[in-house]
Design a protein around this ligand. Structure first.
Ligand SMILES: [Zn+2]
Length: 124
């Protein structure tokens, strides 16, 4: 199987081809200030970078890149926030596209309920 790095990159690239806004390590002061420039109804999937936090995936491991003392620690999961993947509390076609693509690329994840608007992507 391809490395985690390649699989995650392919997953994000394919989502963008499908018309999603799909970005990692989005920087802003907090989650509510994030502006991804999405059009109405455009599905989005992104991870929060805060003020300098960044997760770097190299080969089969994920690391924090912002803090040297943490560089040696691997990260077990990242949270992907989303919008327009659920309709009336149920996974819609966009959400199914996300889970299908994750499976296609051999990614391990937990699709959360619409209220939390987050998917856990396991770094394995
Ligand atoms: Zn803010």
């Amino acid at each position: 199987m391809e490395t985690l790095e390649k699989r995650v990159n392919s997953f994000f690239r394919e989502l963008r081809k499908e018309g999603f806004i799909a970005k990692r390590n989005v920087r802003s002061c907090c989650r509510s200030c994030v502006d991804l420039g999405a059009k109405d109804d455009q599905p989005v999937l992104w991870s929060f970078g805060g003020q300098g936090h960044a997760v770097s995936i190299k080969g089969n491991s994920a690391y924090w890149t912002d803090s040297p003392e943490y560089n040696a620690q691997t990260i077990e999961k990242i949270y992907l926030y989303h919008d327009e993947l659920f309709t009336d509390g149920k996974v819609n076609d966009n959400g199914r596209k996300v889970s299908d693509l994750m499976r296609k690329h051999g990614l391990s994840f937990e699709m959360w309920h619409s209220e939390s608007k987050a998917i856990v992507l396991n770094m394995v």
